[in-house]
Every structure is written in C-alpha cells, then in structure tokens.
Design a protein around this ligand. Structure first.
Ligand code: CA
Length: 223
C-alpha cells in the first residue's frame, strides 16, 4: 500500500519514511505543502500522514481541500504537543486520527494500520479470507496455520487485496499501491507478481477477473 507523507522537518520525514518502509509500505514523501497537496489530489494513496505547519500551504488547508474534492483516503495528522485546538481543527477538517509530536514511531505505525483497517471495514488486526490469515501487525501471512514466506513486494500485493477482499481491485490501482510515484512502472509488473504469489498460495485465494482486475473473495459472502 502506498502512503503519502507530508512533513517539512527533514529528520522526522526521513525517520517516518524509513519506519513506513520497514513496516511494508511504499512511501511518497514531500516537504512542501502545495506539492504535497497536489500529489494527494492526483495520485492514489492508501493513507496520508500530514504535518500541520508546512511551507506554502498548511496541513489543515490541504486536508480541507482534499475532502472538498472527494479525496477520502484516511489521514493521520501530526500536531504540536498539548495543542487541543489543533486536534479539534484537524478532526473537524476530516482527519481520521492525530498524533502529538514528539511521538514514538511504533505508535504512528499502529495508528496508521488502524485507520487503514477501519477504512477497509476491518476492526481487527488479523484479516481472514478462506484458508488464509493475514496478521497486519507482524506482516505475516499464514495458510491453514502455516506461515507463507513472501517478499516485501509480494506481501504488499496480498495485503492490499485482502484489505479489499470482496471487491475487484483494478490492475492499475494495484500497480499504484505497489510502487512509489518516483519509479517507472512496468506494464506487466503486477501480472508477474500475481503469478509469483499464486505459486505460493491456494489457487482459490486470488481470482482473476479478466479485463477488470483481481479479487480475494469474501468467503463469508460466498454461497
Ligand atoms: Ca512542520
């Protein structure tokens, strides 16, 4: 899943980007408010982490503009410690969660995972589809209780499909969540990756809807 990080403090930005990558996410990071707003307005993201004090456009304006134009991805706002007015304004502007600075990286990642899960309609950190069980905290996939070894890229693919289980995910959307905006996308990268993942998983877990995309069926909804 691709995350947009907008933070003008170079050190925090590098630390957060590193922690996100370690947690299995793809990250686009931006230091300028206006450039960051533009990325969120034109690219596809699973979530954003947004600082409030930014050059050229502040975080609250960015958030209000995204929400006004129908950008509904979850947003975690980074606020100054003790500033209750910033928290209230952030939530009113459409933030899904907030975290006062300074924060522990573990807490930021946990909050991010939680807003992403809630957006997908999953309250628990473990997502089950058929025989497969995905633990989003440990970034592990197990099939019938047996762990499956996946590369970070393969994990991202399976996790994104499982978070969206029951919905056909277009190939283009998958590609956008697997690579940072700064990388050139190869047209068949998703197909190659799907092929690799399929060899490791039960055949029924990922369905191909030719011309539409890929689907992890919601076992509970199957007849
Ligand atoms: Ca700042």
């Amino acid at each position: 899943m691709r995350i947009l990080l907008i933070e003008d403090d170079a050190r925090i930005r590098a630390d957060v980007a590193g922690a996100l990558e370690e947690a299995g996410y793809v990250v686009d990071s931006e230091s300028d408010g206006e450039d960051g707003w533009h990325l969120g307005d034109t690219e596809t993201y699973g979530a954003a982490i947004l600082d409030l004090g930014l050059p050229h456009m502040n975080g609250l304006s960015i958030l209000k503009r995204w929400r006004a134009s129908g950008r509904n991805f979850p947003v975690v706002v980074l606020t100054a410690r003790g500033s209750w007015s910033e928290r209230v304004e952030g939530i009113d502007a459409g933030a899904d969660d907030y975290l006062p600075k300074p924060f522990r990286m573990e807490e930021l990642i946990a909050r991010l995972r939680a807003v992403v899960r809630r957006t997908g309609g999953h309250a628990a950190p473990v997502i089950v589809a058929g025989d497969a069980e995905l633990d989003t905290r440990q970034m592990r996939l197990a099939v019938r209780g047996r762990p499956v070894a996946l590369s970070p890229q393969e994990y991202r693919l399976v996790a994104y499909l499982m978070l969206n289980k029951g919905r056909v995910v277009p190939q283009q959307e998958l590609a956008e969540h697997l690579q940072s905006v700064h990388f050139e996308r190869e047209s068949n990268a998703v197909e190659v990756l799907i092929g690799r993942v399929r060899r490791k998983l039960p055949a029924a877990l990922i369905e191909t809807r030719r011309g539409f995309g890929y689907l992890v069926p919601d076992a509970a909804m199957a007849p």
